[in-house]
Write a protein that binds this ligand. Structure first.
Ligand code: ZN
Ligand code: ZN
Length: 359
């Protein structure tokens, strides 16, 4: 039994499956969530259109890397990097932290900027992205989870996009309240004109800007700034669903699969601190600490807050985090050194202090 568990039922596991059902002060459930994690045997119905599409874009992306190293102009590579930063923020700071989790609020100019960035990323319109992500959190590791990681790395990474959705995903998605998303005129506009806006933002502009502004060839612009950049951001996003649900520590809750994965955090602008994020999904930092180097999105939101475009940033009280770590953590929660709030009294008492001044 985890320390300080409040359960009086004979189960070993407590944790959050559905965050709105949290029964304890630190957001945990007195419920055996391991029993809820499952993937029923089923015949996957393949979607060949997507298999061919993703097959092509990945080959095109590899060719884009070759062109980037051999013949593309340096400005084209820098432009691809800028698009990676912008479209990445459109997912992490926009669809994820702002719209799916409502972990902060944004003024109209910031919402328009993030919707534009989000459209460059082409990961479906933000309303659909946020709806699927809410289902992922509420029914994590079950058949209702769109990228149920109990089906393995490949399914959680890209396989879920290559076959038809499990009926549970659709049913649970319909049962979710997304009226807040539909009430946002910026998101409604993006959804309504998505099939016009997305090709322009994700493919046409990234291809023609290098051609028109610095004389890049059409071929280099297409394969580097469009194909490689888009595919790279897709894979970074997918790693949050695959690698960060399989590899890493569980300092906040050892009974859920999402893990603290620093490599994913670096590339995905702070989204790899996934054990914390699934425990406290409404924290705008998606991590306990807002280290900017491994959490670029937090840096962006903090900057936006400084100019007044982001406000009502929500974060978790250190005491709440500490209680949860002690109750359900796996013991890997890091301390920064002597005097850290998470250093245990036992560790402090038993430490050897040599060359003491009093000696
Ligand atoms: Zn997740
Ligand atoms: Zn999330």
């Amino acid at each position: 039994m985890p320390p300080n568990a409040t359960s009086n039922i004979s189960v070993e596991c407590t944790g959050v499956l559905n965050e709105c059902d949290a029964e304890t002060i630190d957001g945990g459930l007195d419920k055996n969530i391991v029993e809820l994690k499952h993937a029923n045997d089923r015949q996957l119905k393949l979607v060949w259109r997507n298999i061919i599409l993703f097959g092509y874009v990945h080959l095109a992306a590899v060719y884009g890397v070759w062109l980037m190293l051999s013949s593309a102009r340096i400005y084209t590579s820098i432009f691809a990097l800028v698009l990676y930063l912008a479209s990445g923020l459109g997912i992490t700071g926009g669809a994820h932290r702002l719209w799916a989790h409502r972990s902060y609020k944004a003024t109209l100019p910031l919402r328009i900027l993030l919707a534009f960035f989000n459209t460059i990323a082409f990961q479906d319109c933000a309303i659909h992205w946020a709806r699927d992500h809410r289902v992922h959190h509420k029914y994590s590791e079950t058949d209702a989870d769109p990228h149920n990681a109990t089906r393995g790395f490949f399914f959680a990474h890209v396989g879920w996009l290559l076959c038809k959705k499990h009926p549970e995903v659709i049913a649970k998605g319909k049962g979710l309240d997304i009226s807040d998303l539909e009430a946002d005129p910026v998101l409604s506009f993006q959804k309504k004109y998505y099939l016009l806006l997305m090709p322009i933002c994700c493919f046409v502009l990234p291809t023609f800007i290098p051609v028109l502004l610095w004389g890049e060839t059409l071929k280099n612009a297409w394969f580097v700034a469009a194909m490689f950049r888009w595919t790279f951001v897709l894979n970074v996003t997918w790693l949050v669903n695959s690698a960060a649900h399989i590899f890493g520590d569980h300092p906040y809750d050892q009974y859920i699969n999402p893990s603290e994965n620093k490599s994913v955090a670096l590339f995905a602008f702070g989204e790899g601190w996934h054990n914390y994020h699934h425990v406290f999904p409404w924290d705008y930092k998606t991590a306990e600490l807002g280290n900017y180097r491994s959490n670029f999105t937090t840096c962006f939101i903090d900057c936006m807050a400084k100019i007044g475009w982001a406000y009502d940033l929500k974060t978790v009280a250190p005491e709440t985090i500490k209680k949860r770590v002690e109750r359900t953590g796996d013991g890997t929660h890091h301390t920064w050194g002597w005097g850290d709030k998470d250093q245990t009294p036992v560790e402090r008492d038993e430490a050897m202090i040599i060359h003491s001044k009093d000696q």
